[in-house]
Structure formats: structure tokens, C-alpha cells
Design a protein around this ligand. Structure first.
Ligand code: TYD
Ligand code: MG
Length: 460
């Protein structure tokens, strides 16, 4: 009589991915209550047998560094969408695994579809497995965004073993899975989207892309807490994590690299969602400043950097009498702790006590800026609103503020100034230390300041 296969079961936390041999009411790793779910795995069988270990590639063996260095010259696959290629680090690296995350409805599938179209034009066939939508639905979207290259193959399949078999047979230039939460592996009994399934599927896809050299793109949903697909472990497994973000009703979307083994994590790509898909926004400063009110107190333009790219954004501050008997702070797009610090510095070092007031700070256009270089801009915008004194619309401000009320130098001041000059700004209030070390004045009137007090005086 054949011996029955032993079924192994473990309890996996759906929040952090911790695995325990028995059920517990509270996860010992992340302290989440009632998050452990039983996951049963069958030790042998089709799933593991189908794992594409050496298929299509040379067997694994140790190699000398000289050989490995040659591999560095691998040709990257560009999709022709500059904003996306730049965030990836000039294109997709062969054999890499990319996770594209974002809120539902933000446009992940649309971006993927346009990207695959670009790659299909340049590099040939693509296998696009979609478990979220039927072939007809994916086709409708593809038609809408003009992704009609015959190299695009749609595949409405959710069984990962079958998808990988198909991919090995077809050997596409890129394999795309939309989304990782809908695929399942036969080796596990748990439902698709559970931590065990997502982790197993990602592990298998990692092995697949590394051994076959076929770059693979996964779409992943973001959980309530903002992390991709629950466990952080997923982000550790892949090579690149891209995050697609958008604010409420705004048509603008920002693509960020959160992790990138083959490029910078500082770059961002800006897109606009239109009726016919996503359009690139090559000059975001112009867009973020387009609706700026003229001569409004509390509104000020700051120069911030995203990677190597300067972006001018409008910071708006509103200081109002307190609604309750303590001052509230409401911040969007800037760090509220930083605003609290700047309010304290203004009170102690510049004689402007706004601590009891209600304070609102907002960055227009749904952008988020967390660079210290925006400190001085926020402080000046607060003062401008408090004194009801509008700052001239052609003036730009940047600089880091210290606790002693000093204004500190920031990096790449020349790049920030040249962007401002391009957009027609005429005057800039900047750290004195930066002013002394500039390559050129870029045709701007420069006001170097060493303290917040001096900056407020320069703007009044
Ligand atoms: P989608 O890519 O399906 O989002 P995700 O995959 O992240 O869930 O895009 C969803 C939204 O984008 C939907 O509300 C409609 C809008 N959209 C446009 O405005 N224009 C377009 O050309 C497309 C394809 C979608
Ligand atoms: Mg989708």
C-alpha cells in the first residue's frame, strides 16, 4: 500500500509573514491580534517539480568575477516612456523582477499596458498574464491606450505553474503578471492573495526570471497600511519596487522607485491620466506652478530635488485664529513634525509666535516634499500668512533651517537656480554659504541669508 503523503501545515501571520507551528491569538513578531491563518503545503508534487531551476539556462556553477563583470554589459530593455525608463534606471535589466505597487484604481494596469506596448515595439513578444480581468477587458483597455502591437499576448490564467510553463515555451521578452494577489501555486492549499501564496509565487517567479533571464513585472496591491501585499518580505525578495501614487481626484500620478538594485531610488516619474491613457509630464515644475495665485499671502515657491531633478513647487501656509483653545497643525505634503519645529524656531529665534494659532501647510498639486531644503520656504510662507504680506511671485526660496534659527547650505544649489531661471524667476533667497560657492548667478538676483530673521527681512 502506498504511504500517504504527509501534509504539512503552519500558521502564517497575514500582516507580517511570521510563521508559527501552531495557532496563536496574537502574532509574536508584529503583535497583531487574530492574524494567523493556517497554510497547508503538500511537500512533493507538481508545484515543486515544475519549479524552473535550470530550464533554458546554463546549470548554476561558480564563476570568476571577470565573467560576472562582462555580464554587467547586459542590454537593458527600454519601453520608450522616458519617465518610466528613468525611474527603472535606464530600462529593465534582463532577469530582473520588478514589483509595481499602488492603490486600486490608480492606474497600475494602464501603466503596465503602455509599458508592454513600448517593449513589444522594440523587443518583440510579451506574455501578459492577467488574473484580475478577462482577455476582453484587458483588450478594451489596451485599445483605449493604443497598445495594439501584435507581439502582446494576453493570457487570462491564474495558475502560476501553467503560466510559467507557457512562459518557458514562449520565451517572451518580458513576462507580466497582473496581479500577484490573484495567482496561486498548486503546492499550497491556501487561497490566492494570502501571505503564503504571494510569497511562494514571488519566490518561484524570482527563480524563473533569474534562471531564464526573462525580466518579470508583477503588479501588487497596497494594503490599508500602505505596504505592498502585506508582508515586507515581498519587497525584500524582488529587485525593484516601484510605487505608483496619486491624490484623490487629481489626474497627476507620481511613480517612485522605493527599492532598486539596478538604479537610483531618488528618481520620480510624473504622469497625467487622460482619457486615452497616461501621458508623460516632462516638466513637472510648470505644471505644479500653473495654478499659483498671484500675490497671495502665505504662498511661496520652493526648489526641491527629486533625485537629480529639480522641481519647483508651491508651498501654501495659512495661519488662522484657533478654533479650539489650542493651536492645531494640519499638514499635507510636508512633515508635520518639521512644521512644529519651524514654528518653535520662528517663535524663539525670529520673534514670531504662532504656536497658539491654527496652522495649515499644504504643497499644491498633491506633491510630497520631505527634503530639508524646503524648511526656509515653509518658515517664510508661515510668516507671510501671519503678517498678511504677499511674497513677490517671481521670488524663490530654499535652505535648511537649524534649531538655532540658522540657515544651512543645501546640495546642488546651481541645479535648483538654473531650473528657476528657466521658469522665469527673477530673485532667490538662499543660504549665504550656497551663494558664495555658486558657479554662476544664472541671471537671478541672489539674496544670501544666514538666519531665518534675515530671510524674513529680505522678503518683507
Ligand atoms: P487601472 O489601470 O485599471 O488601475 P489599477 O490597475 O491600478 O487598479 O486604471 C483605473 C482608472 O484609470 C479608472 O478609474 C479609469 C482610469 N483611466 C483613465 O482615466 N484613462 C484611461 O485611458 C484608462 C485606461 C483608465
Ligand atoms: Mg489593475
Amino acid at each position: 500500500m502506498a504511504k500517504a503523503k504527509k501534509v504539512k501545515s503552519s500558521y502564517v501571520c497575514q500582516s507580517c509573514g511570521h510563521s508559527a507551528p501552531k495557532w496563536l491569538g496574537r502574532c509574536p513578531q508584529c503583535d497583531e491580534w487574530n492574524s494567523l491563518v493556517e497554510e497547508v503545503s503538500r511537500p512533493a508534487g507538481r508545484g515543486i517539480a515544475a519549479r524552473p531551476t535550470t530550464a533554458g539556462a546554463a546549470a548554476n556553477k561558480p564563476v570568476s568575477i571577470a565573467e560576472a563583470l562582462e555580464a554587467d554589459d547586459l542590454e537593458r530593455l527600454c519601453c520608450g516612456i522616458d519617465e518610466l525608463d528613468r525611474v527603472l534606471g535606464s530600462g529593465l535589466v534582463p532577469g530582473s523582477l520588478v514589483l509595481l505597487g499602488g492603490d486600486p484604481g490608480v492606474g497600475k494596469s494602464t501603466l503596465l499596458c503602455q509599458m508592454l506596448q513600448g517593449i513589444a515595439e522594440a523587443h518583440g513578444s510579451i506574455l501578459y498574464a492577467s488574473g484580475e480581468e478577462s482577455v476582453a477587458q484587458t483588450g478594451l483597455r489596451a485599445k483605449r491606450v493604443g497598445a495594439t502591437n501584435p507581439g502582446l499576448t494576453l493570457y487570462a490564467e491564474t495558475n502560476l505553474d501553467i503560466i510559467l510553463e507557457q512562459a518557458l515555451e514562449m520565451r517572451p521578452a518580458v513576462l507580466a503578471i497582473d496581479s500577484i494577489q490573484t495567482v496561486h501555486c498548486d503546492a499550497l492549499d491556501s487561497i490566492p492573495g494570502s501571505v503564503g501564496q504571494v510569497r511562494e509565487a514571488t519566490g518561484r517567479l524570482m527563480a524563473f526570471s533569474k534562471t531564464s533571464g526573462i525580466p518579470t513585472i508583477l503588479v501588487g496591491h497596497v494594503t490599508k497600511e500602505g505596504s505592498i501585499a502585506g508582508p515586507k518580505t515581498l519587497e525584500h525578495m524582488v529587485d525593484t519596487v516601484l510605487h505608483f501614487e496619486g491624490e484623490g481626484t487629481s489626474p497627476y500620478r507620481i511613480l517612485r522607485a522605493i527599492k532598486n538594485r539596478f538604479g537610483s531610488t531618488q528618481e520620480i516619474g510624473v504622469f497625467e491620466m487622460r482619457g486615452s491613457g497616461l501621458c508623460e509630464v516632462p516638466n513637472p515644475s510648470e505644471l505644479f506652478l500653473a495654478e499659483r495665485p498671484e500675490d497671495a499671502p502665505g504662498s511661496l515657491v520652493v526648489a526641491t530635488l527629486e533625485g537629480t531633478r529639480p522641481i519647483l513647487v508651491e508651498v501654501q501656509a495659512l495661519v488662522a485664529p484657533p478654533a479650539a483653545n489650542f493651536g492645531r497643525r494640519t499638514c499635507a505634503g510636508v512633515d508635520s513634525n518639521r512644521v512644529a519645529l519651524l514654528l518653535a524656531v520662528l517663535a524663539k529665534r525670529a520673534g514670531l509666535d504662532l504656536v497658539p494659532e491654527d496652522v495649515f501647510v499644504n504643497v499644491a498639486g498633491g506633491v510630497r516634499v520631505f527634503e530639508p531644503a524646503v524648511d526656509l520656504g515653509i518658515a517664510c510662507a508661515l510668516a507671510s500668512s501671519a503678517y498678511d504680506n504677499a511674497v513677490d511671485g517671481k521670488t524663490l526660496v530654499f535652505g535648511e533651517v537649524g534649531l538655532a534659527g540658522e540657515v544651512r547650505a543645501v546640495n546642488m544649489a546651481d541645479i535648483r537656480l538654473s531650473e528657476a531661471a528657466k521658469l522665469g524667476f527673477e530673485r532667490c533667497v538662499l543660504p549665504e554659504q550656497n551663494r558664495q560657492r555658486l558657479e554662476s548667478d544664472h541671471g537671478l538676483t541672489l539674496v544670501g541669508v544666514s538666519t531665518v530673521k534675515e530671510a524674513l527681512r529680505a522678503l518683507s
